[in-house]
Design a protein around this ligand. Structure first.
Ligand SMILES: Cc1cc2nc3c(=O)[nH]c(=O)nc-3n(C[C@H](O)[C@H](O)[C@H](O)COP(=O)(O)OP(=O)(O)OC[C@H]3O[C@@H](n4cnc5c(N)ncnc54)[C@H](O)[C@@H]3O)c2cc1C
Length: 552
């Protein structure tokens, strides 16, 4: 019947790459289509921090962290809050994914040459109760080599398969429709876009120079989420998070346009949990942007003081790095779409990381000498210092009066009152005099320093924020940053796509962010972090293996 390949994969991001490698290595022929040029191979994952969620790993054990599958599942359920009939498959995906993260994930990656940085991070410390949202223990394992390091084994495998004639990349091929025969999806068609000389991650043109139509036995949709499309984000914004922000910065390249998810729906796929999303509250404008409205997320340690736009300190447990969506909800209920960190040089030096491979040249370049510099001197990493000098959201002053005046000037308002902010910081600073405290944020700092990893690289020793020895003072205006799509195309445990009536759509599979990282939303409402790349690995592998079998 004139097939162009046994399988088609739409999207050359991490999920699509993993799926295509599995198909090719199973001896099947596969075409990988992507609307972007070859230089953007790997999609979002290239830009990522490379953080992966693992359970009970050797890295954790070396840092005396006691983790287990049961504890991770408890945390996952507390975070996901599954509460809908359509959570049936997402919940089953979550269980399978936790088993993968506690089981073969690390060994599978290691066998392909992947390695981790030895210090495990503690992301999403949670909502304050053992059974509620958050990680009971640190689980954020950073890839040695960050984003480029995570795609590297799969790019290598894919290029080898290409040389061997089993895999064909077709870049600048934008899928506009899926084709079906007798109800079975059997191909994709669309526009061939003009060649594009852009640098990786920049927006490429959408000028069409031709059409294509390709046929295969199976098609996998691995086209990413909606985070680069502010209109779609606002249209799906859930009422529980307040009004959609008017101003947002964008944490993903423009190709994360969500368009293909609608095309899959047009071909019969059922979309679920579209109102579940994962956006950050610590976004700053990139002073050297690569994509439109490019924002960078600060990965904060626990010490900075957090104020809303009106100068009210955020309530417990909304501290830096604790509970992303509860903080987002709180901020949106203030009536403003930004908030402030007030902090100082000692805290910024030790506690500010920037999420993104290009913002961490030491980890990305696998350069131990540069990494060691994080531990010495008064300066933060070079990229963080560059934000202090060039970032529009960063204000650096020697005294609080000047800092608050600069904050008001930046916000073009007089919402912040010096006396009130000073009162709040001085009260907090007084609590440092004793080794115990009633301030829950300071309790959190003491607690964090009981964990060796935090003590070494992530949590500054408790000190008075206004102590000039720890200055200068620094304020950062924090914007809402769009990033991840938690809902998506509903699939079974073999990544096969369901239709609206609950029947499988023959020939159609979905993986990665387009599938809510598995099943149509395996995170439920919230993530424990490091679960997105991991979700692409797991769902891409699952889809690739199942599709290879079906095409046999
Ligand atoms: C700066 C940054 C930091 C991050 N850090 C982490 C982290 O530390 N840990 C973690 O777990 N996650 C992290 N993430 C998230 C993670 O990188 C992404 O969720 C994941 O890589 C998504 O992969 P994907 O393959 O599903 O989609 P994508 O990477 O978006 O790839 C989809 C591909 O499909 C193509 N495509 C879309 N539509 C079409 C169409 N119609 N026709 C043809 N091609 C199409 C796109 O061009 C794209 O190349 C980060 C993301 C960013 C941006």
């Amino acid at each position: 019947m004139g097939l162009d390949a046994e399988a088609i994969v739409i999207g050359a991001g991490l999920a699509g790459l993993v799926a295509a490698c599995e198909i090719a290595d199973a001896g099947r022929s596969v075409i990988v289509l992507d609307q972007e040029p070859t230089q953007s191979l790997g999609g979002q994952a290239f830009w990522s921090f490379g953080g992966l969620f693992l359970v009970d790993s050797p890295e954790q054990r070396r840092l005396r962290i006691k983790d287990s599958l049961d504890l991770a599942w408890q945390d996952w359920q507390g975070s996901a809050g599954f509460d809908r009939p359509e959570d049936y498959w997402p919940r089953r995906w979550a269980q399978a994914y936790i088993a993968f993260a506690a089981g073969e994930k690390r060994a599978w990656l290691r066998a392909m040459g992947h390695r981790f940085f030895p210090i495990v991070g503690w992301a999403e410390r949670g909502g304050g109760a053992a059974l509620s949202h958050g990680n009971s223990v640190p689980r954020f394992h950073i890839t040695w080599g960050t984003g480029p390091g995570i795609i590297e084994p799969f790019v290598r495998r894919a290029r080898q398969a290409e040389q061997d004639g089993r895999l064909r990349f077709l870049f600048r091929h934008r899928v506009d429709a899926l084709s079906a025969t007798n109800g079975a999806v059997d191909g994709a068609s669309g526009a061939i876009l003009e060649p594009s000389p852009i640098a990786r991650g920049q927006s490429s043109s959408r000028i069409s120079v031709g059409q294509f139509e390709l046929k295969a036995q199976v098609v996998i949709v691995a086209s990413g989420g909606i985070g680069g499309n502010a209109d779609l984000v606002r249209a799906n914004w859930p009422a529980r998070l307040g009004k959609p922000p008017q101003r947002m910065v964008c944490g993903v390249p423009a190709h994360v346009d969500g368009r293909m998810i609608g095309i899959a729906q047009g071909a019969g796929a059922r979309l679920i949990n579209r109102d579940r999303m994962w956006h950050y509250v610590e976004g700053v404008h990139n002073w050297a942007p690569i994509w439109p409205s490019h924002g960078i997320r600060i990965l904060p340690g626990p010490s900075s003081l957090w104020f809303d736009a009106k100068g009210e300190r955020l309530p417990p447990p909304l501290y830096p790095g604790y509970d992303t969506l509860a903080t987002l909800e709180h901020i949106m209920r203030t009536g403003y779409d930004y908030s402030w960190f007030v902090t100082n040089q000692t805290i910024v030096r030790k506690e500010f990381s920037l999420s993104g491979s290009e913002q961490n040249p030491d980890l990305t370049g696998r350069d131990w000498r540069l990494v060691a510099r994080r531990a010495v001197g008064r300066h933060a990493t070079a990229p963080v210092e560059a934000y202090k000098s060039h970032g529009v959201d960063f204000l650096v002053k020697q005294n609080l009066a000047d800092l608050v005046a600069a904050m008001n000037a930046l916000a073009q308002s007089d919402l912040l009152k010096l006396e009130a902010i000073q009162h709040e910081i001085e009260a907090r600073d007084r609590e440092i005099a004793n080794p115990f405290t009633k301030d829950a944020q300071i309790m959190g700092i003491h607690n964090a320093r009981q964990f060796l990893g935090d003590k070494l690289v992530r949590t500054a020793p408790p000190h008075r924020i206004l102590d000039p020895a720890h200055g200068p003072l620094i304020a950062v205006r924090l914007n809402i940053l769009t990033r991840k799509t938690l809902g998506g195309i509903e699939t079974d445990l073999e990544a096969r796509v369901f239709d609206e009536a609950g029947a499988l759509v023959p020939g159609l599979y979905a993986a990665g962010e387009a599938a809510g990282f598995g099943g149509g939303g395996m995170h439920g409402y919230r993530s424990l972090e490091g679960t997105f790349l991991g979700g692409c690995l797991f769902s891409g592998r699952t889809a690739g293996r199942a599709a290879a079998k079906a095409a046999g």
